[in-house]
Design a protein around this ligand. Structure first.
Ligand SMILES: [Zn+2]
Length: 478
């Protein structure tokens, strides 16, 4: 394989989650200075440990729940799961805990977490205007501080994978800052490289940043933990975007073998947009569609036929008045579906358990039924189904021997839990960040005993506050 083909294979394979790609990155033979993971060398080592005697929710259809079960992890991989696992390494007592896969988040503008709850109550202080005005004043370091805050919050609240949907790439350095923040926190992620806020709809996004990253992705991937994608504006913004503007963006992503992600049919009024994508051959297994609230039955068929995945974000969709997601409709069609945070500017707390609960509640409200979407199905959307929707179902999303060790332990000792009744309902309906005792990403223990193990929380908070103050000062608004 020539160097170019090999490189394309590596980031194409990593982006699509082909098993084994991670191994390529972690081989000691390939060890070399990596710009994306200089900070991650400070992360805890991948050791060997066994969490014993927990209620294990594997989210693996064949393994099910295992009361009094154990999970044995070695060098980042799940070695064994079961009741009579011999285990090895450090013993972690899981008595009373619920152990499950870490949550898989599928679309989050982490770069604008600085503006948490800053979308106001008047049109002139709405979400889009707020993030556009502040976003245009952001330095690369502001992006770093914002994404690091989001990634730290993700780990703290039990997410082990996030999709950093970076649509404020003002320079290559801005995209690199987003990736460095993800690497420093140690979370598994996709960075989808987009365009700068304020870019006119008549202008194509500069392909310099994404090409620069793709060329040297190995040095940014944090040993394969982070994959690269393209965040695309699509065919519609305030009005239609011309093909000569959007087509080169898609063509370049496909030339680089990168997955594409796009907001489409966001509100009930945005009709026929999925059909337009379909007719333009702009859908496929390499394309993730965000929101798709106005999808008609015929458009749902188009999504199914092309193999595109969908991400819905009921927290932001309800908050901004887009309407209800079509979760049940997607599931009925067998469309790969994940759930997402979208933006802290609208939803405030980014606790994905709360968003999954909203996803369930929306379906029950629409159906006027207590029983429409089972709690376990909602949890699957946040784990195995979310992983499949990101093309990573063979790697993460369930506690299955051979998969990477991304898992969490929930302690029900706090007052908001206290009694363990039905595990799936309790986890979905009651879990908050304060209940997340342990978080493991790729075999690294990043939270233990309710405390972040590898991050200086006051430093993360102070950095974000200083960045916000600077942006507000430069923007001279609000
Ligand atoms: Zn979004």
């Amino acid at each position: 394989m020539c160097a170019l083909c090999r490189r394309r294979f590596i980031h194409g394979a990593a982006a699509l989650g082909v098993a084994g790609a991670a191994g390529l990155f972690s081989s000691p033979l390939m060890a070399q200075p990596r710009r994306g993971d200089a900070a991650s060398s400070k992360l805890p080592a991948r050791g060997e440990f066994t969490i014993a005697n927990a209620h294990v929710m594997t989210m693996d259809g064949a393994l099910g729940d295992i009361p009094g079960g154990s999970v044995h992890v070695r060098n980042g991989e799940i070695v064994a799961v079961g009741k009579d696992v011999k285990g090895g390494g450090q013993k972690i007592d899981g008595t009373g805990m619920i152990v499950m896969p870490g949550l898989v988040e599928t679309h989050w503008h982490m770069w604008n977490t600085l503006y948490r709850s800053f979308a106001g109550d008047k049109p002139e202080e709405g979400y889009f205007l707020t993030v556009a005005r502040f976003g245009q004043q952001m330095s690369a370091d502001d992006i770093f501080q914002s994404t690091r805050l989001a990634a730290a919050e993700a780990i703290n609240s039990g997410m082990t994978f996030v999709h950093s949907w970076c649509h404020n790439v003002r320079s290559t350095a801005h995209a690199e800052a987003d990736i460095r923040a993800l690497a420093e926190v140690g979370i598994r992620a996709r960075h989808s490289c987009g365009w700068p806020q304020g870019l006119p709809d008549t202008q194509s996004a500069d392909q310099g940043p994404i090409e620069s990253l793709a060329r040297d992705w190995k040095s940014w991937s944090n040993e394969g933990l982070i994959t690269l994608g393209m965040a695309w504006r699509g065919q519609f913004r305030a009005g239609p975007i011309k093909p000569e503007v959007y087509q080169p963006e898609v063509d370049n992503a496909r030339k680089l073998a990168l997955p594409i992600t796009v907001h489409v049919a966001s509100s009930r009024k945005a009709v026929n947009q999925i059909e337009a994508l379909y007719k333009g051959k702009l859908m496929g297994k390499d394309v993730q569609l965000i929101h798709t609230l106005s999808a008609s039955p015929a458009e749902l068929d188009m999504i199914k036929e092309t193999g595109s995945a969908v991400s819905v974000s009921p927290g932001s969709e309800l908050r901004i008045g887009y309407g209800y997601p079509q979760t049940s409709e997607m599931l009925a069609k067998g469309i790969p579906l994940g759930i997402s945070v979208d933006t802290s500017a609208l939803v405030g707390s980014s606790n994905l358990f709360a968003v999954l609960k909203l996803a369930r509640d929306c379906e029950n409200a629409k159906a006027e039924s207590e029983f429409k979407l089972p709690a376990r199905k909602a949890l699957e959307l946040g784990t195995i189904e979310g992983a499949r929707s990101m093309g990573m179902g063979d790697e993460i999303g369930s506690l299955t021997p051979g998969k990477r060790a991304d898992l969490i332990a929930i302690s029900p000792n706090a007052l908001n839990m206290a009694v363990v009744t039905d595990a799936a309902h309790l986890v979905l309906e009651a879990t908050g960040p304060e209940n997340i005792d342990t978080v493991v990403v790729d075999g690294r223990i990043l939270k233990r005993g309710g405390k972040l193990a590898a991050l200086d929380t006051p430093k993360v908070v102070a950095g974000a506050r200083a960045a916000l103050a600077g942006v507000r000062e430069r923007t001279k608004w609000r």
